[in-house]
Write a protein that binds this ligand. Structure first.
Ligand code: ARG
Length: 473
């Protein structure tokens, strides 16, 4: 029996024997939830100010609490705070230190509050900051991406489907696809932030409190948009954290796809780009190697972010209302997700500026895959041939070119006509102007509508993006 009140756990009065060391370690969260220390202090100060304003604690108590918290904040910032496993979590560690510093006022702080609404408040404050940081970093990544896209608004490269050369696109157009993806990601984070930004405090353990609290005051003091309107829901649901992890998983999925492309493009077999040395590492055995480790790790780390999403969903699905200790398991996946996303975005914002484009290699790849075959078909259609017949005629042309070991523009008009002879109405629709559409430049320029790959359209997409990001060109 632990009878010395200064070393006893905050809740030990009801118990006849202490927990074993193993159980203590198993149930404690202090060594990971102390990341929320600053949020915990902010929340406690807002709560204490409300208590004093409502006459629930004395002005003197508030002054003591403020003084004690200022001291604790300094200790934590200087790395002097002694986090103690015996005090279980960040909340009890800080409260205990406060009481040691200021006495009874420290013991009054928890009036009308529970760790259940306290922890939910801390996580929301923490996550709100993380989201703001992520939104700023997405913007930085996008700004750099757009700059590279602009340099290559007219640089032709093969567009692929099934990883087979499909049609010419520009490298700038390809990069702008990732602008669109991350734009939606930013929207998702912004939207999730609205639901994060609600105050649970006041729900107390689960049912609310009998003290005459002012939740609106606390909400405003902490910058929350509104209060959580049901106390049971306020302390128990972590859907806002799950949403954040889902938005993170999608963002990482997008960055993982870009990573996969960078890796592929950098392979000497493809050779479209090179990455700056600072994002690559060598091999300890093969001196010639330059490996794209950073994008490979981004692709790999996407797995842990997806894993955290599933962990949180699984954590939630079996819990009856209201708070259960299961919820303590929300923090590590959440922190890990935010850390991974923040580091990945930081690295990627810089990485895109280090993409060296090998335009000649991209261009010559376009001359090997019959990339303008669709343009030839469209040409015949515009001259009146039904699309299915045009498709058939061009398929023959591709086979003919393949047999001759050349690309479509290298065939003469006579050869084209001869090859297409079996498709009724095809050969007589061919004219000298066909060679304009068979060139890569002609093909690109013809896709001249919103969303198309014509260089002029890519430039317009870039200026729309700059307007959205509020960058002056
Ligand atoms: N460390 C706990 C958590 O992260 C704080 C809330 C504990 N509440 C309780 N009634 N045991 O969820």
């Amino acid at each position: 029996m632990n009878s010395d009140p200064s070393s006893a756990k905050a809740w030990s009065g009801r118990f006849s024997e202490p927990v074993s060391d193993l159980v203590k370690r198993y149930t404690a969260s202090v060594f990971f939830d102390n990341r929320m220390a600053m949020q915990d202090i902010r929340g406690s100060l807002a709560h204490a100010r409300m208590l004093a304003r409502q006459g629930i604690i004395a002005a003197m108590d508030l002054a003591d609490i403020e003084r004690g918290m200022a001291q604790i904040q300094g200790e934590i910032e200087r790395g002097e705070f002694a986090w103690n496993l015996d005090d279980e979590d960040v909340h009890l560690n800080i409260e205990k230190r406060l009481t040691a510093l200021v006495g009874d006022a420290g013991k009054r702080l928890h009036t009308g509050r529970s760790r259940n609404d306290q922890v939910a408040t801390d996580i929301r404050l923490w996550l709100r900051d993380a989201i703001d940081q992520i939104l700023a970093l997405i913007g930085e990544f996008q700004r750099n991406l757009i700059d590279v896209a602009e340099q290559h608004a007219a640089t032709p490269m093969p567009g692929f489907t099934h990883l087979q050369v499909a049609q010419p696109v520009t490298f700038g157009h390809h990069l702008m696809a990732y602008y669109e993806m991350t734009r939606r990601d930013a929207e998702r984070f912004t939207d999730a932030r609205r639901r994060v930004n609600r105050l649970p405090l006041g729900a107390a353990a689960l049912a609310g409190t009998s003290f005459p609290i002012d939740r609106q005051f606390v909400a405003e003091a902490l910058g929350f948009e509104a209060v959580c309107e049901n106390s049971l829901d306020a302390v128990s649901d972590r859907d806002f954290a799950i949403e954040f992890c889902a938005a993170s998983a999608l963002l990482m999925t997008h960055l993982s796809r870009l990573s996969e492309e960078l890796i592929l493009w950098m392979s000497p077999r493809v050779g479209f780009i090179d990455l700056a040395d600072r994002f690559c590492t060598g091999s300890s055995i093969m001196p010639q190697k330059k490996n794209p480790d950073v994008p490979e790790l981004v692709r790999g780390k996407t797995g842990r972010v997806n894993g955290s999403l599933v962990a949180l969903l699984t954590l939630m699905k079996g819990q009856p209302l209201a708070y259960n200790k299961d919820n303590q398991e929300d923090k590590e996946p959440l922190f890990d997700t935010a850390d991974t996303v923040i580091d990945t975005l930081r690295i990627f914002a810089d990485l895109v500026t280090g993409i060296q484009v090998k335009a000649e290699v991209m261009g010559s790849a376009l001359n090997q895959g019959f990339a303008t075959a669709t343009d030839l078909a469209d040409y015949l259609v515009k001259k009146g041939l039904p699309f299915r017949d045009a498709h058939e005629a061009v398929a023959l042309a591709v086979r003919g070119a393949e047999a001759r070991g050349c690309d479509l523009p290298a065939l003469t008009l006579g050869e084209l006509a001869e090859i297409m002879a079996s498709v009724r109405g095809a050969a007589e629709r061919l004219d000298g102007d066909v060679f304009q559409v068979l060139t890569v430049t002609g093909s690109l320029a013809s896709r001249d509508h919103i969303g198309g790959t014509a260089p002029s359209q890519v430039r317009q997409a870039i200026s729309r993006a700059r307007k959205e990001l509020k960058i002056s060109a």
